[in-house]
Structure formats: structure tokens, C-alpha cells
Design a protein around this ligand. Structure first.
Ligand SMILES: [Zn+2]
Length: 462
């Protein structure tokens, strides 16, 4: 076991990487490497270590502690298959309660935070506060997402097909620093009967009850209630209105709206103009070019469909072609907007694709919402439905936040053990470092006006 400094002499917290790999593997892999993206290591092992030290120095500069934080790190085989892999995992090696200066009694704190709060190292000098393991087999043929490799540059310019290691490290280190609950997300049971500091802030936004005040059964249920749990802490709450973009809505009104009238969540498109606070309103008209009332809009619209969508908002179904192809076809027919209905059950997600020629706004809704809205479109003429759709950015509410502007946590209706509850929602815009899957548009900065991870660590005591 060897110790390597971070080189961050002026860091407000010193974080060191403890190399736990055996000779010849992981950080000690002697395979020669070409310098990449500011990483000048001469071997694969050296480049891995430099990337680790870079991530540690970013967190070290943001945090404040008189106790050096030790991260025990290694590259080891982790689970993977042809299409997916565990990139890495990290967490606290120890939890502490009722240590000197503990802010809350009878409450677990992760080792690094407990030591900071105590002003003394509570962990034995030979032990790390955080353990981090990364997948040494990522990208290997035949079974570990062949071709998908870590980008070891430190310039945040990972090319397509590579995973940015520094971003992955910033995420995993945050878990180890305390971005996790030690309460079991599957059973709702606190670790050895003692709540985690996390559980004071994780709040059911329907009952306004924090996890610490719930029964095990209530915690279990809230962990699988989509949009049901929010983070209610002063630092995060103050930052939400600065960090998160406006929530985008579809509003359904009109004489024939019936029970479909209301406001719906939408997924935004990566093409076309942004959806603004000033709404784009129009008659909602479905494209029907398939059996069973489905409209794929994958080919130029025929005369009947073109007449229906002209100067109206087109409703089309997901499937068979790119979203940009659908948008181009309804735009060419004169539509002023497009709504895509998902073709499988699930939560709302985005519309991907790039096409500079698209000038109309587009959005995606869930299959369940689509079925409800389509029911209101049964009675229509060839050019009017009596159902008015409005696409607009909400003047008050935020993307990924509850109606009180608190960020939502990740609570899919099917529990994802280890991911549920200890990540931010996937609906946050801009994308957040601590979402369950890493997006490609994240920054190598943890103290910026675009991320809520650092404010959350402040809430728990950093
Ligand atoms: Zn994570």
C-alpha cells in the first residue's frame, strides 16, 4: 500500500489517494500510455492515478477540513455485460455517531465528515475514510461493453464512446463524502437502528415528513414513489432557483379537452427552438398514418394529415424513425409544434437528435398521458379538435424540483438498490453530477451555479 499526495498544496481539505492495487495491475499497470488531454502519465497506471488526484484536488479545493481525507482506491473487475457495466462505486468505509462535536445525537455520519466535524481523525491512520473501486475490465472484449473505455484526460473533453473518468470520480467521491444514506432503501430499516444524517433532509413532499420521522414501511413506500421525495435543506433550497432551469409544461385546455384538461410534464428536445415562458398555443391534431390510429410521421405527410396539422400542433407517436425526421415532416406540412407520445410505458424522457433546420418546438410525453389526451381527440373535424395544447416554460416551477422548488430525489417505481434515494432525479435541468447515470454535459467544477451536489454536502455538515 503506497500513499500519494494530491499536489493541491492550497486545498481547503487535503484528500490523498491510497493505492490499493497489487503490483502490475490497476494503478500499477505498466502498459505504456500516450499523454492525453492534460494527463502526462507515461503508463496506464500513472494516468489513472493522475486522474484520481485531479478529481481529489477539485473536491479538496471546495471542502473545508483540518483532517486529511484518505481514499482507498483500486481498479478491479466489476460486474459488466455486453451492453452495460458498473463504472465504479464508492462509499464511506465507516460510519460514526455521537463523536465529539457531533451536530445531531444518535445519527450516523460518514467517516470523512465525522472526522471533519470532530476536528480529529476518528479513523485509524492505516484505514481510508472512503473506498473507491473502478472497473478495470471496462471496454474489454467480449463481455464488458467492448470498446467503451475511460477517458483519462483531465480536460473534460471525452470523445464520443468514452467515459470521462474525472467526472465519474467526482460523482463517486461525493458518495464517499456523504452523498448517500446508510438506511436500507429496500426495507426502510436504519443501519443498526440509527438514522443517517441524510434522513433528516430526505422528505416526503406529499406528507412533509422527513425519513427520520417515518416508519420502515413508510420509508419503503416513499423510496418507490416517483417525484415523491425531495431534499429539504437550506443550502440546496437556496441554490435551486439559481441552478435549475424552468420546468417545461404542456397545458391542455379547450371545449373538447374534457378529463384530459390539465398540465403535463414534458421532456424537452435537443433540437428546435427552446420552449420559452411565452407559450406556443394551437389546436392539437393527431397524425394518423398507421393502422390502429397511430401516426409515426416518418414519411412526408399525405394531404389529409398535412391539412390537419397545418397551423396546429401535431401529435405523433414514437417509433420507426428519428425524432428529427418526425419534426421535419410535420414542420414541412405547416405544423407550429410537435408532441411525441411514447410507445412504451415509463417516465418522461427527452427527445434526442440534431437538425439545424427545425424551427418548431417539440416535446415528449408519456404513453399514459398520450392515451388520456388522445381520448379527447376522438371528436374532431379535419382541421380542428377543440383541444388546445400550450407549450411553455413555467414562470415559477423548476425542472426536477417539487412545487415548493425543492429538488427531487431519484425514486423510480421499481427500486434500484443503491441508486434509489441516494441520487438526484433524472429530471433536473441542467443535468446534475449526482444523477444515477452520468450525462455528457457535466463540468469538472463542483462549486458552480449549475450543480447542487456541493450545497447538499454543506447541508449535511461540510
Ligand atoms: Zn452514484
Amino acid at each position: 500500500m503506497s500513499l500519494a499526495g494530491t499536489g493541491a498544496a492550497h486545498a481547503a481539505a487535503n484528500i490523498v489517494i491510497v493505492n490499493q492495487n497489487a503490483p502490475g495491475i490497476g494503478f500499477n499497470d505498466p502498459t505504456p500510455a500516450t499523454p492525453v488531454g492534460g494527463n502526462s502519465g507515461a503508463t496506464l497506471g500513472e494516468q489513472r492515478l493522475i486522474a484520481f488526484q485531479h478529481a481529489a484536488s477539485i473536491w479538496g479545493a471546495a471542502l473545508d477540513s483540518t483532517v486529511t481525507i484518505r481514499i482507498g482506491a483500486s481498479f478491479v473487475p466489476l460486474s459488466c455485460n455486453v451492453t452495460g457495466a458498473v463504472l465504479g462505486s464508492a462509499g464511506a468505509t465507516e460510519v460514526w455517531s455521537d463523536f465529539p462535536n457531533a451536530p445531531r445525537p444518535n445519527t450516523w455520519y460518514p467517516a470523512a465528515l465525522a472526522s471533519k466535524l470532530a476536528g480529529a481523525d476518528l479513523t485509524e491512520p492505516d484505514n481510508p475514510h472512503i473506498v473507491a473501486r473502478f472497473n478495470s475490465r471496462l471496454g474489454l472484449f467480449p463481455d464488458c461493453v467492448p470498446g467503451l473505455t475511460f477517458y483519462l484526460g483531465i480536460d473534460n473533453r471525452a470523445p464520443a464512446g468514452q467515459v470521462d473518468l474525472v467526472t465519474t470520480l467526482l460523482h463517486e467521491m461525493a458518495h464517499g463524502l456523504g452523498f448517500q444514506t446508510f438506511t436500507d432503501d429496500e426495507t426502510g430499516q436504519p443501519f443498526f437502528g440509527i438514522p443517517s444524517v441524510w434522513d433528516y433532509y430526505l422528505t416526503d413532499n406529499r406528507t412533509e415528513t422527513p425519513w427520520v420521522a417515518m416508519t420502515d414501511a413508510q420509508r419503503m413506500m416513499s423510496a418507490i414513489t416517483w417525484r415523491g421525495l425531495s431534499w429539504d435543506g437550506p443550502n440546496v433550497n437556496a441554490a435551486v432557483r439559481v441552478v435549475l432551469a424552468r420546468r417545461l409544461n404542456l397545458t391542455i385546455t379547450g371545449a373538447n379537452a374534457g378529463s384530459a384538461a390539465g398540465t403535463y410534464y414534458i421532456g424537452e428536445a435537443s433540437f428546435g427552438p427552446p420552449i420559452e415562458p411565452l407559450p406556443v398555443n394551437g389546436q392539437l391534431m393527431p397524425v394518423v398514418d398507421q393502422a390502429g390510429g397511430t401516426g409515426l410521421a416518418c414519411a412526408p405527410l399525405d394531404a389529409t394529415n398535412a391539412l390537419a396539422v397545418r397551423n396546429n400542433i401535431a401529435l405523433v407517436d414514437r417509433g420507426s424513425c428519428d425524432f428529427t425526421v418526425k419534426a421535419r415532416n410535420v414542420q414541412d406540412a405547416g405544423a407550429i409544434g410537435m408532441i411525441v407520445v411514447d410507445n412504451v410505458p415509463g417516465e418522461v424522457t427527452t427527445l434526442s437528435g440534431t437538425d439545424e433546420s427545425i424551427r418548431i418546438p417539440a416535446a415528449r410525453i408519456t404513453l399514459a398521458d398520450g392515451i388520456r389526451i388522445k381520448a379527447a381527440l376522438q371528436q374532431r373535424s379535419r382541421t380542428q379538435s377543440g383541444v388546445i395544447a400550450g407549450l411553455a416554460a413555467d414562470p415559477v416551477l423548476r425542472a426536477g424540483a417539487d412545487n415548493q422548488r425543492r429538488i427531487l430525489m431519484y425514486t423510480p417505481s421499481t427500486l434500484a438498490p443503491g441508486s434509489s434515494v441516494s441520487h438526484f432525479t433524472t429530471e433536473a435541468r441542467p443535468n446534475q453530477l449526482m444523477e444515477p447515470a452520468l450525462n455528457r454535459d457535466l463540468w469538472h467544477s463542483v462549486k458552480s451555479n449549475r450543480d447542487l451536489t456541493y450545497p447538499l454536502l454543506r447541508d449535511i455538515g461540510w
